[in-house]
Write a protein that binds this ligand. Sequence first.
Ligand code: HEC
Length: 140
Amino acid sequence: MNVNKILPILTIFCIVPLLSGAALASKEDQAEQTTLNPAQLKLGKRSFIRCQACHTLGAAEAHLTGPNLHGLFSSTAGEKEGFAYSEVLVKSQIKWTEDNMKEWLRSPFTFIPGNKMAFVGIQNDRELEALIAYLKEKTK
Ligand code: HEC
């Protein structure tokens, strides 16, 4: 076969996968589109790995060792249906504002002594802020 005939065919075989790859990539980007800047989203998502063994974020997802966190911000501590909270958490009457969330996640044991969330806390402020921004977005 002569090269002039093969070349256009080869070109098509190379370009089609490239184009469909690009289309897929942009779909993924859309799925991740949020008001967060990408670096913060990435850091928040990575930080949530520390929580995901015990918590889900989406609407109507299951409680695990910890309660499902959907609709968390501006809710009151310990009010999710169907989860057996500790008494101290329910009695705390804490409103989950950004500031309270920061104190809780920095040191759960000192913020609400006697609660049963087995987590040591996050000391790094940048990580803490990214995680809270991520949670705000994903629990909407
Ligand atoms: C080992 C399991 C575990 C891990 C890890 C964990 N949690 Fe929890 N979490 C719990 C439990 C259990 C409770 C309920 C505590 C209680 O009732 O005293 C809870 C409660 C909470 C609450 C209060 C919910 C409400 O409805 O008032 C928030 C917010 C929370 N966790 C966020 C997080 C975040 C964010 C992380 C990761 C940084 C995390 N937790 C890590 C088990 C866990």
